[in-house]
Design a protein around this ligand. Sequence first.
Ligand SMILES: Cc1ncc(COP(=O)(O)O)c(C=O)c1O
Length: 457
Amino acid sequence: MSDQTRYLLNESDLPKFWYNINADSPVPPTPVLHPGTLEPVTPDFLSVLFPMDLILQGISTERYIEIPEEVREIYKLYRPTPLIRARRLEKALGTPAHIYYKNESVSPAGSHKPNTAIAQAFYNKKAGVKALTTETGAGQWGSALALACKFFELELEVYMVKVSYNQKPYRRIFMETFNAKVYASPTDRTNYGRSVLAQDPNSLGSLGIAISEAVEVAATSNGAKKYSLGSVLGHVLLHQTVIGEEALKQMDLAGEYPDVVISCVGGGSNFAGIAYPFLRENLKNGKRTRLLAVEPTAAPSLTKGVYTFDYGDTAKMAPVVKMHTLGHDFVPPGIHAGGLRYHGMAPSICALFDAGHIEAVAVKQKTTFEAAIQFAQTEGIVPAPESAHAIRTAIDEALDAKAKGEKRVILFNLSGHGNFDMGAYESYLSGKLEDFEYPAAAVKEAMTKLPKVEIPA
Ligand SMILES: Cc1ncc(COP(=O)(O)O)c(C=O)c1O
């Protein structure tokens, strides 16, 4: 066997289509409900926030959706991304397993997020939109959308959770480099922000509040501004499938096929991006790859949440969907994987998990950073704290294979690098990080505040 480490595709191999799981999913989609009436939403309601092309992509059942040439042109700045065989990590673990990772950290923003940011900016521009609003927690999503908006000459307002705004000035400056206007949320620019500040002038904000501010600005702009979200929604998951489509070709170059595909889940977009093309092969071509989603024990929506209808945000402005939820008023513990702190999960992932097509596991924070350090010291990349959850589980799989004396082919998604997350690494290295398990009693209590949906759950 060769000792090749990097499996690279040519620019001409860049996928021409996104893969739409709706075409092959064995579980029917569940309805999306209006947060006020709890009746199914109409495209008209959603069109206040999103351009029609994106709304239609979310409900399309076409198997392959063509990637516009303008989007592919920008993808070419960093795609196809490399597939790497983690030989040095394998050696350190002494495992017979083969570990591969898809390196999405090579994008200009440092994560998988530009795969959808570029597409969303394109469709908004095409619809004549002049400006977008969004929220960002840790800053990865805001960074991706800032550069995408610059490429399509759209203005961008980013509502950045105040605690991150203060703690992560470099992410803010990154966004400002691309001319985005970044505000520390809660702000006095919106009714919702002002109401939060009236109650608590020192509020440090939350993702829920920032979403509500960004949505309010778009919804009250008389069509001048639209809102953009970086995960959870069907069109976002669709755009990320370029990851898995490339990985299929690259595993072929390596002459292997994964027994297990692993990825971290916040709202579910990088997991769906790498896993759905492999799920298609399971469903249609008799493959049997395990698809394993990894979440933090501090925000365990799949492993501890209840599968039911819930609001998408704290202020109950976003649609109600059926998902595994910890409750819409979930207050995330201050773990460092900022991108994994959402209370719910993409509905298609929840339905597939519920039906047994996807597995899920929750891992603790300290052991996750331990894996991140081992990965950095062997493979040379400091991973994003979110991606480190996938690394933890990939290492656990490799050690399990070693204990059983099995050759196992493991593929995981390195969703981003952690070069702006040195504060988190400093906490770990100085022994200040703590583990947190979200209590089952808190989930039970939150379930008393669910919307009263008549449709059978
Ligand atoms: C590097 C990285 N990985 C993963 C995630 C989680 O999001 P998703 O589940 O949509 O991929 C985020 C979100 O901010 C992120 O920044």
